[in-house]
Design a protein around this ligand. Sequence first.
Ligand SMILES: [Zn+2]
Length: 205
Amino acid sequence: MRLPKALEELINSFEQLPGIGPKTAARLSFYLLHTPQGYLDSFGQAVINLKKNTVECSFCHNVAQSDPCLICQDKQRNQKIICVVEQPMDLLSIERTNQFRGVYHVLHGAINPLQSIGPEEINIDSLIRRIEVDYGIEEIILATNSGMEGEATAMYLKRELVKINQERKSKFRISRMGQGLPVGADLEYADEATLRQALEGRRSY
Ligand SMILES: [Zn+2]
């Protein structure tokens, strides 16, 4: 049976999304067919606006509504403590713990030689520059995931940070978040209590 073109197109679009197979794509599309047109209009508009109405913060690379983002603008937060995460979703997870009052740097990835993702492919240069020009930095928390890529990224960053620290009188602390986090688990999936513990129990690295 040949489906109406509009339905087929929607199914194809859903299928492109991570974790969605052909069956789920079809189920979602048929579900939408039975929702009011008003809902579909606002759903479509939300998709259209997604990229148009968001920017990447030029300081921390977080996805935001303004540049600098609200976190980088916030004078109440300690701008001298930078927590380095792989993805905006990781930042969101840490924010939900209400435990961290520093700022962030979002790498948008991790070093992965198997996929030819080197340090140049993620936001490492901008992090180094950010630290190099700021002599007041107190701590860099490496909060990349505990899997192979996350560890490789943390190790690479540590080497670079130690070099910067060597030339400084007042050195910043380099720490690694991870205690209590299951090995290989993404920050994104850790519950708040575990994350809070991992943040509190961060060790010098
Ligand atoms: Zn920012």
